[in-house]
Design a protein around this ligand. Sequence first.
Ligand SMILES: *Cc1c(COP(=O)(O)O)cnc(C)c1O
Length: 417
Amino acid sequence: MAEKIFPISQSQLEKIIQKYPTPFHIYDEKAIRLNMRRLFKAFSWAPSFREHYAVKAAPNPRLLQILAEEGAGADCSSLAELILSDKAGIHGEKIMLTSNDTPADEFQKAISLGAIINLDDITHIEYLEKNAGFPEVLSFRYNPGSLIEGNDIIGKPEEAKYGLTKKQLFEGYQICKDKGVKRFGLHTMVISNELNPNSFIATAELMFNLAVEIKEKLAINLEFVNLGGGVGIPYRPEETAIDLEYIGAGIHTAYDKIIRPAGLNLAIAMELGRAITGPYGYLVSTALHEKKTYKDYMGLDSCMANLMRPALYGAYHHITVVGKENAPLDHTYDITGSLCENNDKFAIDRQLPAIDIGDRIVIHDAGAHGHSMGFNYNGKLRSAELLWKENGDVELIRRAETLDDYFATLHYDGSVF
Ligand SMILES: *Cc1c(COP(=O)(O)O)cnc(C)c1O
């Protein structure tokens, strides 16, 4: 069971709203820090454990800075994410570029930052060499195909656009070794929002065996294996959070069995995003309109532009009506936004307490792939991001967009209107 408790009191929240009107995203700094420490502790047995936080999950330099203070690096897949990481004080091999269909300027930026480059395809070797040159440390993304089942969000590996086949992987390392690259890593990410801890242990075993095979066949001693992201979070209260200690211990056993006898000094890396910040970010909105037709609708002052997951994946996000945490769940609502899109709903047929107009509505687990997926459809503006600090203060870490931001990119002749 995952308890869904909004950690900020009602009176504190009202004070925050006086200064920063809803909707906004708010992140719990202390909980994020403790979570990061927990991950490092679960892998403290490993010769060198690295977490490259997946920047796309919450691309805010202030959050990246907090994560970096706790020891994290960054996993980037765009030019903006590389620059964000650099600005947050994450440098050199703490940055890993795991991109696909990569344009030259991303490779060039990664080289200039001294980042690790993780190639998604064998043809990218030539493209990289021609457009940017080789990095100090090169990695390849492995796609194990039907060896692994995958899941709904990411799909089956053999249907996924990512990574190299095993044959290409061996060719790729050989080509790069012949071209003088000396330091290598290996990467995979085959699963997303997965709550079964054994899948991560199975993936680690597969990757460890591959690392040994690469040593035997190519005489390459990999420096790290990166197991990607994909650790899920319990969006539903009846789900159970992944036990990071269990994963750490399971991977430890596999490491001792496979890697130690092979004499490899292999670091373990991960690129968790969702599991690090997801549960510790909240979208706070206000109930704006109640509408009763064939169903009861409660319209908020936020919409799918602020949190897309329910509309995009039919994802469940838990909802708390502030001040009514203990009230009976005796009303059934569709909780909607204002887009001219019928799937702009945060919840469908959700049992909730009676909601009054003006009630504050908290949507849980919005701390990863939440604000970052925002968009401007219907001219809706992205909200502010706030940091709830350990001492109870609130810091604005991204202001809300304004109409001036929206119009800033448009070119038109004012006189025609
Ligand atoms: C999205 C992504 C991640 C992070 O996934 P989470 O589900 O947030 O852990 C890590 N690595 C790569 C390559 C990704 O595309």
